[in-house]
Design a protein around this ligand. Structure first.
Ligand code: AGP
Length: 609
């Protein structure tokens, strides 16, 4: 949600901020804007739509400055428009970019209206810039004014702030929304995500909740939430600027689908010695925590929630570990009961999903003693707030539709199944089987990727459809859910997933020739049941598209199209069957001409409620 970038340097920061915005665009792409201070004046450019619109504006009418802030927006308060685009300005003196939501903005707005402030947007952000201006009326201390102003804010924010009265200082602060400082040589930058700054630095300071930073060209002072001056460590990022680039691929999503074999190898790398999972991969105290765990509760959203659903089947079926799972946004508000000695497991690509973070905090309030996060972003909020961490190591995922993050989440969850299973009912034989299946996985996925052309041909049948049903059973039901989410997310085709056995309890009424039914049909103990469910569809004139194990025979039927998937072991098969569904959605979206990497209305990192 919304991307922030800012900088202070000897050189003109405009091209750096523009490149940063392009790299942050996955966080929001409703509008983009930039402001610099030059000769004690604010120069601002804003444009509706993507960063390329802002770029064109800057080419036509350039601005330059040694200090600046910029923003790409995902609208929450106020529609996407130039007026609502950031940076916002108060009386030509203070300008602000904001990520997050100010919950008491209405109350602050009416107070400020009474004090004569004018509003030019419908955003919650505008109250921040007025509040800071107001504080600066009674002090010349820029940081002090920001401290006073943010003390009045309720909600979540990451802010970049400039003041014409203090043209050599960039102030940055965060509470509930991420913000990093990029440390260059004789220059500093700020951003919502390290990816924005990789072309200029690989050294980062991760601000903590409540931190306020006063950034000069050669000096940096950070105040913590209790107003103490603190020193935060500088960390070297292992990421390269190229890792977040599209390369030869037409879309990030396709690149990320194809990266899965490598990403999975990375996820497994170094976590086994002599084919034995090393539990300290989860953290040095993991064995003790696992010893004392009697049940697992998984909290996540979206695709990450689907990964958790698969894990619940695995944990209970393979390891006999009691496991429950809940969508984070529901858990946080329903006052649930937590069983004693429950390990709370959060799953998140970004590590910044507001609902998941809040659900973890809620679980802690309810007495959860230990938490584990499965996450793709080091130093993210979930990583910092969890006792144990298992990184997915998928590398930067830029496409809004999650692909490699999901399959690597499943791999790490299988590692959890092994670790917990040792304490419950996973036999040594099964542990060895799961381990060898995991190591065979990259090769299996390579084989599925070779079906890309066939899947592309299959996708042609969808481009004119408005609805689709996805069916699966057991661990493949969440895979069907994930397939449906991918399709609706990037092609805007309405898609629903059902456990195949549930079809006759209602959704069968929807079946006709215009409702394609995509079925995930691996060769497992539920196959015969699934075949009966497919018959139910076929008998009613429904069009079936079946992803089926290559070893199975199929009788010709004009209503049924079959795509044969390389034979795969039962336990690991949900990971393999995910890939053709990703490719299917991708090709449908390309045919429909939608914006694959930045689908309408969505953003990658959902840092608001
Ligand atoms: C998946 O394609 C989505 N973009 C979305 O459902 C995502 O998985 C969800 O917002 C959770 O994000 P997280 O993994 O970063 O917590």
């Amino acid at each position: 949600m919304c991307g922030i970038v800012g900088g202070i340097a000897q050189r003109n920061v405009v091209p750096i901020l523009l490149e940063g915005l392009k790299r942050l665009e996955y966080r929001g792409y409703d509008s983009a804007g930039m402001a610099v201070i030059h000769n004690h004046e604010i120069y601002r450019k804003r444009e509706l739509g993507k960063v390329k619109g802002l770029e064109a504006l800057l080419q036509a009418d350039p601005i330059s400055g040694h200090i600046g802030i910029a923003h790409t927006r995902w609208a929450t308060h106020g529609k996407p428009s130039t007026q609502n685009a950031h940076p916002h300005i108060c009386r030509n003196k203070v300008t602000v970019v904001h990520n997050g939501i100010i919950e008491n903005h209405e109350q602050l707005r009416s107070q400020q209206l009474e004090r004569g402030y004018e509003f030019t947007s419908q955003t919650d952000t505008e109250v921040i810039v007025h509040q800071i201006y107001d504080a600066l009326e009674s002090t010349n201390d820029f940081v002090g004014a920001v401290k006073q102003a943010v003390a009045k804010l309720e909600g979540a924010y990451a802010l970049g702030i400039l003041s014409t009265g203090h043209p050599d200082t960039l102030v940055a602060c965060r509470k509930g929304s991420p913000l990093v400082i990029g440390v260059g040589i004789g220059e500093y930058f700020i951003a919502s995500d390290v990816a924005a700054l990789l072309p200029v630095t690989q050294r980062f300071i991760f601000l903590e909740d409540g931190d306020i930073a006063a950034i000069g060209i050669n000096d940096l002072v950070i105040y913590d939430k209790d107003d103490n001056i603190v020193s935060r460590p500088i960390k070297d990022s292992q990421l390269t600027a190229e890792a977040a680039e599209k390369g030869e691929y037409r879309h990030y999503m396709l690149k990320e689908i194809y990266e899965q074999p490598f990403a999975i190898s990375q996820t497994l790398e170094g976590r086994f010695i002599n084919n034995r999972l090393q539990e300290n991969a989860f953290g040095f105290n993991a064995p003790d925590i696992f010893d004392n765990t009697k049940a697992i509760l998984i909290l996540a959203c979206g695709t990450s929630y689907h990964a958790g659903l698969v894990a619940r089947y695995w944990l209970e079926e393979l390891a006999r570990v009691p496991c429950s799972i809940e969508v984070a946004s529901e858990f946080r508000y329903r006052n649930p009961v937590l069983a004693p000695d429950t390990l709370v497991v959060t799953i998140s690509q970004s590590g910044e999903t507001a609902d998941t973070l809040a659900a973890l905090q809620e679980a802690k309030k309810l007495g959860a003693k230990h938490s584990l996060t499965i996450c793709n972003v080091p130093e993210s909020s979930l990583v910092r707030e969890s006792d144990l961490v298992l990184m997915t190591r998928a590398g930067p995922e830029i496409g809004v539709a999650s692909t490699k993050a999901f399959t690597t989440q499943l791999v790490t969850l299988m590692l959890l199944v092994i670790a917990m299973g040792r304490r419950f009912q996973l036999s040594d034989i099964m542990e060895a089987k799961l381990t060898s299946e995991l190591f065979a996985l990259p090769g299996k996925i390579e084989k599925v990727l070779r079906l890309d052309n066939e899947i592309k041909v299959l996708s042609e049948q969808f481009a004119d459809k408005e609805h689709a049903l996805f069916l699966g059973r057991g661990t493949h039901y969440p895979i069907a859910m994930e397939g449906a989410l991918k399709l609706k997310e990037i092609s805007y085709i309405h898609a629903e997933a059902y456990p195949a056995g549930e079809l006759k309890h209602g959704p069968l009424a929807l079946i006709d020739a215009d409702m394609p039914v995509i079925t995930v049909a691996p060769n497992n103990s539920l196959l015969e049941k699934l075949k009966s469910n497919m018959q139910e569809v076929s008998a009613r004139g429904g069009q079936l598209i079946v992803f089926m194990d290559e070893t199975l025979s199929s009788s010709p039927d004009s209503n049924v199209q079959i795509l044969k998937i390389p034979q795969v072991d039962n336990e690991i098969s949900p990971i393999v069957y995910t890939v053709p569904l990703q490719l299917l959605s991708y090709h449908v979206a390309v045919l429909k001409g939608t914006d694959v990497d930045q689908p309408r209305n969505l953003a990658k990192s959902v840092t608001v409620e």
